[in-house]
Design a binder for this molecule. Sequence first.
Ligand code: G3H
Ligand code: 13P
Ligand code: ZN
Length: 308
Amino acid sequence: MPLMGPREMFEAAYAGRYAVGAFNVNNMEIVQGIMRAASGEKSPVILQVSSGARKYAGQAYIMKLVEAALTEDPSVPVVVHLDHGPSFEMCRDCIDGGFTSVMIDGSHLPYEENVALTQKVVDYAHAKKVWVEAELGKLAGVEEHVRSDGHVYTDPEQAVDFVDRTGCDSLAVAIGTSHGAYKFKGEAKLDFERLEAISDKLPDYPLVLHGASSVPQDFVSLCNRYGGQVGGAKGVPEDMLRKAAALGVCKINVDTDIRLALTASIRQFMAENPGKFDPRDYLSPARDAVKNMVARKMRNVMGSSGKA
Ligand code: G3H
Ligand code: 13P
Ligand code: ZN
């Protein structure tokens, strides 16, 4: 199956009240781990590429890795998406380079500027039949090109105006999640009333949840046991993600959990095998750790297993 856009994926997810996982990819082992999970689970999947990933691996390398992965199991429905596109130019380069979906992230801009930038990307993308995700509201924490110290939750009325005026195809909303491994100081809490209000005002419209890693405590413990210092890390509880999926969230973004799975595995291997130095020895179990984590998430959190 060639790469596809998200439309059919999200229509099915919306109707079935499940979500499609969007996983950040940076190298071959991550692409393979995610794709093997999707293949085993018979799940649709979104591979997303941040501007940092483009800089690290190079867009051409990533696209070739995805192409190679598709030949391993052509039955997996795959979208390739630009995550947090910072500018029109980067969105354009990704569209021209074969991405089937882009995110323009103008969430840090004043409202009218976010509208104008998103409209510009939508005009270019739609002429080439490419999907556009935009963002309204601010997540706390560090986004790759913008630091926001506090949340600014998405206003439901403004979300309707934004979607109407920009024509964006999906919208990332701020309801209390944040990027990274330290999402909540105390108890985890999301503003589900707000999510429901946005979803009610935008019926049949796919919403997106960023900062949605669950930060599994077994990975945190493994990292800490083998020399890491990620104490106090806390993510979004899995039942909250399932609830979000039932309220119009069709795309759930995960990067931190991939980083934790890889790093926990590599730390453990290094500590237990001090004499080994062949990268294949530690990257193979690390790749399996990503695969197992993603497969579990597709089954138990996204609800996307068996939907390919
Ligand atoms: O939302 C941000 C993603 O986790 C990507 O992070 O910019 O370090 O690649 P990155
Ligand atoms: P996490 O940091 O929770 O994995 O979020 C990733 C994300 O939103 C990528 O856009
Ligand atoms: Zn994000």
